[in-house]
Design a binder for this molecule. Structure first.
Ligand SMILES: [Zn+2]
Length: 557
């Protein structure tokens, strides 16, 4: 299974590969392919927006796997207008003064960055590399203000009537463009606002406007004008041609019938003479469970940093790599988190040949998903297996170990594979130094999840040995007897069990010998250990706790 050298990437049936094949098929063999994504940084870039970025990244990696040179551009549409102050913004009153300004001129209400737009950009640019995504960022305010698109704007003005017809074709009667229409808008040079009206165009580079807000009126030269901007439905296709974009996914909102992608496709071809990029529609993402503490400034929006507190970077990539973009799915912060880690671990075992999949197709698919889930790529940015095989520790078990270690992650890691204890992972093998960082990354997520997201019944704390008897749980005489029996017959020789199964059998035998139902003994044991009726699977739990500590806790009985 490990011999993957003659794997042909086209044969995995993964959606990213299918898209890459489609791009090559439709756009032909090219020196370089350009894949694009982008957004207006007018608020927190949430996890739904992130779906677009990572979907593009997955296709980029797949193209690179085919030996193609790829330019991955991410456009910050930061020359858009500041339309309304989002809820929960600090300094709302100050911000209101900047309504109708380009967001790139609005000050950062947190005072950290050079502007409101830049603040949101920095938040994203800082976190994307953590999940292995490193596009080339393009700043549209900067580009428009340096008149980079003068020719594209002039072309739109030259084709004003055609543009109007294209846009109208997709509108019903009552929404057709009325009266005079210009494909451009202008931010006033005097007051920055976009409350302006275009008066005329001289057929070349001169555009005359006046401002309804401050009264300024002037003729600007498109070749050095700073405030002239194309409307969205023309701006998008103009930039497709400008950057020679071959692929760009878009959300449901743009991909509706007659939505901006449809009109952009026509504008791109008919006005700018460029075929629209290959695309697909990505769907919305739901959120389930409580993502933990969230910064109040962004309201109830879940973003990538929220996800990274519960899911390791590989798991985050896996969530998206393992789901077709056009299906709606839910990201969970509740008990399902355990299941998602288990699914990933299974994919990992299949990819490394440690678990036999049901057929060869499953193997190819799972291995491909696994490769695409890795943060690091191989040479040339190709998806690749990690250089070191990760140490597998089930998330659920890790949560127990961390709680046994009273929240001390390093202590929990140090307990892995030690002697007969803490050995539920990897059959008692200790992790190597190269494997530790991966375990630590998962442990940090496990700890955050227990503290902030897990249901109450999942949390526990080992009782302090020697605590006063009345501080301990009230057990019936026969339950106390069961705990003693568990201590003297099972815990006393805990190091002799070959595995959890052996230990579990011994526990059932102890129950039988004290003429108790298993469930009564379990309740008594959990009460004695953590003061609750339920807890982690008992055999693995007992084997994970230091023997002396265990005996000390149970000595009270
Ligand atoms: Zn003005």
């Amino acid at each position: 299974m490990a011999g993957e050298s003659n794997r042909r990437p086209g044969h995995t049936a993964h959606w990213a590969d299918a898209t890459a094949e489609k791009i090559i098929w439709e756009k032909g063999d090219k020196e370089q392919y350009t894949c694009a994504s982008g957004i207006t940084p007018s608020g927190t870039v949430h996890i739904g927006n992130f779906r677009e970025i990572i979907s593009t990244d997955l296709v980029v990696r797949s193209l690179r796997d085919r030996g193609k040179t790829v330019r991955f551009i991410y456009s910050w549409d930061d020359y858009d207008v500041f339309r309304k102050v989002p809820v929960n913004m600090p300094g709302r009153e100050d911000l209101e003064k900047y309504l109708r300004f380009p967001i790139t001129v609005v000050p950062d209400p947190w005072g950290r960055d050079s502007s409101y737009a830049r603040h949101h950009e920095v938040d994203v640019e800082t976190v994307l590399p953590l999940v292995g995504i490193q596009p080339e960022f393009l700043y549209q305010a900067e580009r428009y203000r340096s008149s980079l698109y003068a020719a594209g704007i002039r072309r739109a003005l030259e084709h004003r009537e055609l543009l109007k017809d294209i846009l109208d074709k997709f509108r019903d009667e009552e929404h057709k463009i009325q009266g005079e229409w210009w494909p451009v808008g202008v931010f006033c040079d005097g007051c920055h606002k976009d409350e302006t009206e275009v008066e005329s165009w001289d057929g070349e580079w001169g555009l005359r406007y006046h401002c309804l807000s401050c009264g300024r009126a002037e003729t600007v030269d498109l070749r050095n004008a700073r405030g002239v901007k194309l409307g969205w439905r023309v701006d998008w296709p103009m930039r497709w041609e400008y950057e020679k974009v071959d692929f760009e996914p878009a959300g449901k909102d743009h991909h509706s019938q007659g939505g901006s992608f449809d009109t952009a496709r026509h504008v791109c071809k008919e006005v700018y003479g460029w075929d629209a990029p290959v695309t697909f529609r990505y769907d919305f993402i739901g959120i389930k469970g409580n993502p933990g503490k969230m910064s109040s400034s962004k309201g109830k929006v879940v973003d990538l940093p929220d996800l990274l507190r519960v899911y390791t970077p590989e798991l985050v990539r896996y969530l998206f790599a393992g789901t077709r973009p056009n299906t709606e799915f839910t990201i969970s912060f509740d008990l399902d988190v355990i299941k998602i880690y288990e699914d990933y671990d299974k994919t990992e075992r299949i990819a490394w040949g440690d678990e036999k999949p049901k057929d060869e197709d499953t193997f190819k698919r799972e291995k491909r998903i696994y490769e695409l889930s890795q943060v690091l790529t191989g040479p040339g940015g190709r998806p690749a297996m990690p250089p070191v095989k990760p140490y597998q520790i089930p998330f659920r078990h890790l949560c127990s170990l961390i709680q046994i270690a009273d929240g001390d992650i390093e202590k929990a890691i140090a307990s892995l594979g030690r002697g007969g204890q803490g050995s539920a992972a990897e059959g008692g093998v200790r992790p190597t130094a190269e494997q530790i960082p991966g375990i630590r990354s998962r442990a940090l997520c496990a700890k955050y999840w227990i503290d902030e997201c897990a249901p109450e019944e999942f949390r526990f704390k080992l009782r302090t040995p020697g605590a006063p008897a009345d501080a301990g749980p009230a057990l019936s005489p026969e339950e106390r007897d069961a705990v003693r029996r568990l201590r003297d017959t099972v815990v006393a020789r805990i190091e002799t069990y070959a595995g959890d199964k052996d230990c579990a059998e011994a526990i059932y035998k102890a129950a039988e010998d004290s003429h108790l139902e298993g469930k009564t003994l379990f309740r008594a044991a959990y009460q004695a250990l953590i003061g609750k009726d339920q807890g982690p699977r008992l055999a693995a739990f007992l084997r994970s706790i230091n023997k002396d500590r265990l005996l000390a806790i149970l000595a009270d009985y």
